[in-house]
Design a protein. Structure first.
Length: 346
């Protein structure tokens, strides 16, 4: 074997290969051919073994002959494969049809949880009056949840908040969002217009109107010369935005340790319009929140001088807003995670 023999073998192989490639009729046979020629035990590999039998001085020249042969064969494979692929596509296009008028599969769209949606609605309304949303911790200390809000230990008012304690001395799951008032007053200076939405927890006997987990939205305004008239005006605007215009509202005396005086804020029944029906307990009114003028003790807890500053606060349940609006009769539905219920709110 000399260089001339090897050159001739390679050229023969190239011509055979190009011929076979050009006439391969489908991609499967082209692939088989590729293994047969370029594979580990393929014909090109076998011919190349002849290099070992060449005189030593000829060996460096082999590359110049063998490489163009390999490149020509590889290029022919690539080109032929592209042609066969296009042909296969054309066949499919000829034989298969696509009905572009078939309706698409419906896409399941998510919705906000109604409690979150209600909190956003409430925040949007109060934002128009300059209220900023703050966050306050869900695990609270006893001092902030109760004592700084004018509810000392052993005070009977604690009976209003059935409490879940956590395994950390002096701490509990907040029973309301009101402790956020203290945190806001300590973190900022008047004028304060704060909204505190968030999750609250109580040790409750669960029924249609009590759950152990629910949301609240707290509001706090503190400034010089803030009056109950300001509170009333703001809440009237809120009721109008939330439940529509033309409904009467009223303040009823109430009791909360952290406000003095305290009120319940009622709106004319959304179902009967004030005539009296089962939904409003035949009173014609629905209570939508609790409110009052911030107690001087609470202002002092927040580091403010009650001689200089006055404020009002209110607290409402976003679930209650949804229940009133949509005549939902069971609070537990909100935490049941049943999509048939949750998916009804857009
Ligand atoms: N924290 C009260 C509750 O959980 C709700 C509330 C009532 C908050 C009156 C207030 C308020 O800020 O002034 O029942």
């Amino acid at each position: 074997m000399d260089l001339a023999d090897l050159t001739r073998d390679l050229e023969t192989l190239r011509d055979d290969a190009l011929e076979a490639i050009a006439t391969a009729s489908d991609r499967a046979s082209l692939q088989a051919l590729e293994v047969d020629i370029l594979g580990k035990k393929g014909r090109l590999t076998l011919v190349s073994r002849g290099i070992g039998a060449l005189p030593v001085e000829d060996r460096p020249k082999v590359g110049a002959i063998a490489n163009p042969v390999r490149q020509a064969i590889e290029a022919a494979f690539t080109e032929r494969d592209a042609v066969l692929h296009a042909g296969a596509l054309e066949d499919r296009l000829r034989t298969e049809t696509v009905d572009v008028t078939t309706p698409g599969r419906p896409v399941a769209r998510g919705t906000l949880h109604p409690s979150l949606e209600a909190m956003r609605e409430i925040a949007d309304i109060f934002a128009r009056f300059g209220f900023t949303v703050y966050e306050s911790p869900e695990i609270e200390d006893d001092v902030t949840n109760f004592q700084l809000l004018n509810i000392p230990p052993d005070h009977p008012a604690r009976d209003l908040w059935d409490t879940l304690y956590v395994d950390l001395p002096g701490h509990l799951l907040r029973t309301h969002t009101s402790p956020g008032q203290i945190r806001v007053m300590r973190a900022t200076r008047p004028p304060i217009r704060a909204l505190l939405p968030g999750r609250c927890f109580r040790y409750e006997a669960v029924d249609a109107s009590h759950d152990f987990e629910f949301f609240q939205v707290e509001g706090l305004m503190v400034d010089e010369g803030t009056t109950m008239g300001d509170l009333r005006g703001l809440l009237d605007e809120f009721a109008r935005a939330m439940f529509g215009a033309g409904r009467k509202t009223r303040f009823r005396p109430g009791y909360y340790p952290f406000t003095e005086p305290s009120v319940a804020f009622d709106v004319e029944c959304l179902v009967c319009g004030g005539a009296g029906c089962p939904a409003c307990g035949r009173t014609g009114w629905m209570t939508i929140l609790g409110a009052g003028m911030v107690h001087p003790v609470v202002l002092r807890s927040g580091g403010l001088d009650p001689e200089r500053y006055q404020g009002f606060a209110f607290g409402m349940g976003p679930e209650r807003m949804k229940m009133l609006k949509h005549a939902i009769t069971d609070l537990r539905l909100f935490m049941d995670d049943d999509l048939r219920f949750l998916g009804q709110f857009r």
